[in-house]
Design a protein around this ligand. Sequence first.
Ligand SMILES: [Zn+2]
Ligand SMILES: [Zn+2]
Length: 231
Amino acid sequence: MRLRLPAERPTEPPTGYKIAHPVLSQDGTRAGFTGVSLGGALPYGVLDDASCVYGRRHRPPARLCDCGFHCVHERGAAEAMLCTAEHRTALLLEVSVLGAYIRFERGFRYARQRVRTATAGPCACGATAVGLADAGWGRPGWLALAPVCAGCVRGRTSLSLAGFARLAGEGLRVGVRGGGTGAPSAESADAAEPGVPELVAEAALLQARLDWFQSQLARLGERGNGGVGRG
Ligand SMILES: [Zn+2]
Ligand SMILES: [Zn+2]
C-alpha cells in the first residue's frame, strides 16, 4: 500500500497571502519582491517560478526539501507578520498559487506564483505612503524599497506606487493602507490605467523631490556666495 497525499484539481488557482519587500533592480528597469525568510536571497518577479534555494536539481516543491514559494491561507495571518519590527516595511501580497503545490494547515508551498496585488503600509513617520523609496539595504543587484510619504522621500531613489506597478508588469496592482488608523484605503495604483488618485500621488512625489532638490540648490547657492569673500 502506498501512502499519498490526496491530489487536488482546483478549477481556479488557489489564493494565498504573504509578505515581501519590494525591490528595484540596480539599473532601475525591473521591479520585484524579495521574501522575508527562507528564499529571501532570491528576488522574484510578479509571475515567476521557484527554484531550490539550496541549489539542488529538483523542481520545487520537492517533498523532501523545504524549497518553493510559501504563502498562508488567511490574509489575517500574513498581516500579523507585518507587526514585527523587522517586517514593518514589507508589503502584503495577494498571490495566485500556480503549478504543483503542497497544502499545509496554514498555507501552501508551491512551484509557480502570480502576485496579483501588493499593499504598502504607512511611511515610517506614520503618514500614508505615496511611493516606495530606497530602504538602505538590498540583495546583490537589487535595492530594497520601503513605503514613503511625500514629506520623507527627499533625494532618495524612489518610485511612485504606479511606477513600481508599471516596472513590475503582469498587471500587478499596488495599493496603500492609510497611515494612523490602519484602516484599509480604497486608493490603488493600476499600471494599465492610472486614475486621478494615482496621478495625484505621482505628482505629490515629484513635487516633494523637486522641493528637496531646490532646497539643496539654494543651500549650495548660499554656500557659493558665502565663499566669494574668502578667495
Ligand atoms: Zn529544494
Ligand atoms: Zn513620512
